[in-house]
Design a protein around this ligand. Sequence first.
Ligand code: THU
Length: 139
Amino acid sequence: MDRQTLIRTAIETLPSSYVPYSHFHVAAALLCRDGTVYTGINIENAAYTPTICAERSAFFRAVNEGKREFDAIVICGGREGVITDYCPPCGVCRQVMREFCDPKAFKIILAKSETEYKEFTLEELLPLGFGPEDLGRGN
Ligand code: THU
């Protein structure tokens, strides 16, 4: 799937965000290795801490469906659903990506529109991250 289509999918998902507290809409479109795409939105909660980010929504939907290999994620967001700037993933979401993705290969695409976007590897946004391999090293 090309970047423009993945970006369009994320942007089209933005209105579904459930954000009665922050009014900050975030949406993600996660591309699996097999070519399928899972979208995610942030879902807030009156108790605040149960809130889940759009990126983790997308990952958990995909992992629930048996997906384990991923190539890229598009993230977009903005107050009242209006995209004015890039929306970088929070630290917790970066760590969830680290569980399933190759830091050197997985692409994180921050999008303002189909033509205006920035692309990073997971390693660039989470250098020296702790991953599944580290548990087996005994360090
Ligand atoms: N949010 C995300 O969905 N993804 C991020 O990586 C950053 C923050 C959401 C959580 C909350 O609903 C709102 O943005 C404001 O923090």
